[in-house]
Design a protein around this ligand. Structure first.
Ligand code: HGY
Ligand code: MN
Ligand code: MN
Length: 427
């Protein structure tokens, strides 16, 4: 991997490292990796670190009812034309999956902090407000639905929806939000106004192998995968593992296992090429060595850049799971936990990122995103863009997730240049 450095990059690697270390320290004890779940006190602590840094730069900082923290640098009167131009923005998320890494989302927030610092320290002329955002609750690992803070900012998740989203302990999102001092009842008032914004660009780790395998420092994303997430419950009959002959069993785990293999087989079928099917969580009840499993609950994450294929695959899985259950004489219920469409990002924003990379002499390629992102949600109300930096070995959502700082700094520089180009653009 050639590390791309750009002439006279204003990005300070020492500041990047210090921010990454500060966030890495905010994790549940016990490890491995980083655990800072959606709407947990630790996530709010991380937002407080972000807010304090931005306030220290003299920016005005606010937190909306969804828990999104927004810092604003007002337009530079010397450079601004007519007053009241809509803003450019950047940011990402600070929550993690359980035992995740220290870079997913965090790199985008650290990039926002560094861009803000450069703008202030070097008094970079700008005619628009620049907004820097830490979104709340982007990971779907706790409540099933991803990108919650950005969905509420985009008006895609309303206050009325929050009681229906629960974690594995039965805690609703509304209760978790209230427990950390937020106002779930008021989130509808936190919707961002489209005419307040011109464009928003997020920097994120790729969470895949493309950039690393091609030795490229940067990616410009054209389409972000959607995801349909299912919760499946299989109910058979718990009985003694010694006293129950095989022909009298209704073993929930055998059917669940057939479902897992079916999902893998279907995703590898050329007719479904491109879709990714993952059973990430599976619980066995009662989970005793000497008891035939009476019930199993598992999740299915169906991802695709093709909306029709994504939903068709999810429907086919639910239908085929039913058949497997009937054949084994067990009950099976499939529930849709969350459903997000793929999003094609506007070409004109991506063009500014491509031009910025070219101007800085940074090789890049255009590529799709297999992961979901906050810009996928706010892209419903604001023109959005997404830049990638490489992930070591393509790993993410695990403790070994890593991107060396000298592969982050070119991304921050390209982000800064993209925002400067958007600041000077009118459409
Ligand atoms: O799950 C995702 O795609 C993202 O990392 N939240
Ligand atoms: Mn992320
Ligand atoms: Mn993630």
């Amino acid at each position: 991997m050639t590390t791309a450095t750009t002439a006279a990059s204003p990005v300070d690697a020492g500041r990047i490292d210090a921010h990454l270390a500060a966030f890495a320290a905010l994790t549940e004890p016990g490890g491995p990796g980083c655990t800072r779940l959606a709407y947990s006190p630790l996530e709010r602590d991380a937002h407080a670190v972000f807010a304090a840094h931005m306030a220290g730069l003299g920016l005005t900082v606010s937190t909306d009812h969804a828990g999104n923290t927004v810092a604003e640098l007002p337009p530079d009167q010397a450079a601004s034309g007519p007053g009241g131009l809509p803003a450019v923005g950047t940011g990402s998320h600070l929550d993690t999956v359980p035992q995740g890494g220290g870079f997913d989302g965090i790199v985008g927030v650290v990039a926002a902090m560094e861009v803000a610092e450069i703008m202030v320290r070097q008094a970079v002329p700008h005619r628009r407000p620049w907004r820097f955002v830490a979104f709340a609750a982007e990971e779907g690992a706790r409540f099933g639905q991803a990108c919650n803070g950005s969905r509420m900012a985009a008006g895609l998740t309303r206050a009325a929806d929050l009681a229906g989203l629960t974690d594995r302990d039965g805690v609703t999102m509304a209760a978790a939000m209230a427990a950390v001092g937020l106002r779930p009842d008021l989130v509808d008032g936190s919707r961002w106004r489209p005419d307040d914004w011109f464009a928003f660009v997020e920097l994120h780790i790729e969470q895949g192998e493309v950039l690393r395998s091609q030795g490229l420092p940067l990616g410009v994303v054209d389409v972000i995968s959607g995801s349909t997430r299912l919760r499946v419950r299989v109910e058979g009959r718990a009985t003694h593992s010694g006293g129950t002959p095989m022909h009298l069993r209704r073993d929930a785990l055998v059917t669940a296992s057939e479902c897992v293999l079916l999902g893998d087989r279907l995703a590898r079928d050329p007719a479904h090429r491109g879709v990714r099917v993952t059973v990430g969580r599976l619980g066995v009840e009662p989970g005793s060595i000497t008891t035939v499993p009476g019930a199993v609950e598992f999740t299915v994450d169906v991802r695709d850049v093709d909306s029709v294929r994504q939903r068709d695959t999810a429907r086919a899985l639910a239908r085929d799971f039913e058949s497997l259950a009937r054949a084994r004489g067990v009950e099976l219920v499939t529930e849709v936990m969350a459903d997000t469409s793929p999003v094609i990002l506007p070409g004109w924003v991506a063009a500014e990122s491509r031009a910025a990379c070219t101007e800085l002499g940074l090789p890049y390629r255009v590529l799709p995103s297999g992961a979901s992102h906050d810009v996928q949600q706010i892209g419903h109300v604001i023109a959005a863009g997404l830049l990638f930096v490489p992930s070591r070995d393509g790993l993410s959502h695990v403790p070994d997730e890593f991107t060396p700082t000298d592969q982050i700094t070119p991304g921050v520089h390209a982000l800064l240049e993209t925002l400067r180009r958007l600041d000077g653009t009118t459409r």
